[in-house]
Design a protein around this ligand. Structure first.
Ligand code: BES
Ligand code: MN
Ligand code: ZN
Length: 467
């Protein structure tokens, strides 16, 4: 059967439902342009054009003729990252189109917000709600293929973080990396358990050895051998009890998300490979569980590292920088063009910038400029903090070369970044201390695991290497 006969046989697709964005200030103009019954309906329903306020306009036959979506004012739209999400997140099944022209960046933001708000995590619902398909036709000028890739990556990060630790241990994180590698014909090697000691990865081993689920270093490679080398390193602490310096119940409650760095580098890796960015990509994920048992590493231990530096353990809950130290050392050995690492590294980052804005660190001003521009363009907010040389002494202890948890708690995110810097080599490097979680539902950002910094990094990499 040919496509033509197929389309003749199926009923004609209904016209897409127009969505009219109504600014508060143009409410009367818009209502004046509608049919009298429609304007009366809008008034009777109290439609005022408040940001996110949505109203369906019925047709004569009881269908939805169109949507009025309140677009508030410019100040309100600055406060809400994805204002379209309040409607998109609960839109009835159908195909929609924007009836109000937006300029390029706003059209892209609206499309991204629409897609991100359609996310559901229903793996553990025995009766899934059965999400209705509500699609937005991309407005003219929006690169829908590229956005789809960004959204696939964002969903991947959310899914991995949302999956509870009982189903997302080092094994399952490795399986997720292998699945992604298969999809893009990348290669994966894994160093696991006691082999970590033989292969000189002592910190990854020390942090993960107390768990019944073996620690490992996941190592994925993709792309042309002779392309510029880009290495991504992601903290894969599948659960963080704090170790012997055990966390309180409230401090531990969300620690399934402590592999959020790994989830986000896998998201970014997907975007890079799907977009075929011309790099030789390497993804390194130390995957461990920071557990409590007789074989746990202890406060006061002094541990060797791959780099050769001795690390004095002053708090077993500062485990992320330990596993990253060995992984960063591996990355730096081949002197790549660029290293990016992502980690849910410190509570101090959240205290400084809250859950929405990701602090990042780099000494490379050009890279920072690209990240800043891309963060804005991809609705993925970042804020640069300093690798403040004056605080280097805070990570230098009496006994070892480095202290994993300086006392006093000053500048906790900065001192963690300075610690990583000792292992990241001399080349270009940036570190993202992300939160990886949306604490309560916002338009386009459902409560739960969140993709952070990955879209901004993709944008910056497109600028650096070409798309
Ligand atoms: N995974 C945590 C950091 C964290 C906590 C991120 C809460 C997001 C939300 C990390 O391993 C940790 O426990 N860091 C300690 C370090 C301290 C002991 C120096 C922290 O930030 O309290
Ligand atoms: Mn910890
Ligand atoms: Zn942690």
């Amino acid at each position: 059967m040919t496509d033509e006969t197929a389309s003749e046989a199926s009923p004609p697709a209904p016209d897409p439902i127009p969505i009219r964005l109504v600014e508060k200030s143009s409410l009367e103009t818009v209502l004046g342009s509608l049919q009298a019954e429609e304007a009366a309906w809008a008034r009777a329903n109290g439609f005022k054009g408040r940001l996110g306020q949505a109203l369906a306009i019925p047709s004569d036959t009881g269908q939805v003729a169109g949507i009025l979506l309140g677009w508030g004012d410019a100040e309100g739209r600055r406060r809400e990252r994805f204002p379209i999400g309040s409607f998109a997140g609960r839109a009835p099944a159908g195909t929609y189109r924007l009836d109000t022209p937006l300029d390029g960046p706003d059209a892209q933001r609206a499309t991204l917000g629409w897609l991100l708000s359609r996310y559901r995590f229903d793996r553990y619902k025995s009766k899934p709600a059965g999400t209705e398909e509500a699609d937005l036709l991309p407005p003219p000028g929006v690169d829908a293929t590229r956005l789809a890739i960004l959204v696939q990556g964002s969903y991947l990060a959310r899914d991995l973080i949302n999956t509870p630790a009982n189903d997302m241990g080092p094994d399952e994180l490795e399986a997720a990396a292998r699945k992604l590698a298969d999809r893009h014909s990348a290669e994966v090697q894994v160093i696991q358990g006691d082999e970590l000691l033989e292969r000189d990865l002592p910190l990854i081993h020390a942090v993960g050895r107390a768990s019944a689920r073996a620690p490992r270093l996941i190592d994925m490679v993709w792309g042309a051998e002779d392309a510029p080398k880009l290495s991504l390193v992601g903290k894969g602490v599948c659960f963080d009890t704090g170790g012997l310096d055990i966390k309180s119940a409230s401090g531990m409650a969300l620690m399934k998300k402590d592999m959020g760095g790994a989830a986000n580098v896998l998201a970014l890796a997907h975007m890079i490979m799907a977009r075929r960015i011309p790099v030789r990509l390497r993804v390194l994920i130390p995957a461990v569980e920071n557990a409590v048992s007789g074989s746990a590493f202890r406060p006061g231990d002094v541990l060797p590292s791959r780099k050769g530096l001795f690390v004095e353990i002053n708090n077993t809950d500062a485990e992320g920088r330990l596993v990253l130290a060995d992984a960063l050392a591996v990355a730096a050995e081949e002197m790549p063009d660029l290293i990016l690492d992502m980690a849910t590294l410190t509570g101090a980052a959240r205290v400084a910038l809250g859950p929405e804005v990701v602090p990042y660190y780099t000494d490379d001003a050009g890279l920072a400029a690209d990240l800043e521009a891309a963060g804005e363009a991809e609705a993925d907010p970042l804020w640069r903090l300093p690798l403040w040389p004056g605080y280097e002494r805070m990570i230098e202890p009496k006994v070892g070369d480095l202290d994993n948890a300086p006392s006093g708690g000053m500048a906790g995110s900065i001192t963690a970044a300075l610690f990583l810097k000792r292992f990241a080599g001399e080349g270009a490097w940036a570190h993202f201390d992300l939160y990886g979680w949306t604490p309560s539902d916002r338009p386009g950002r459902p409560k739960g695991g969140e993709c952070q910094a990955a879209r901004a990094c993709l944008g910056a990499l497109e600028r650096r290497y070409g798309a």
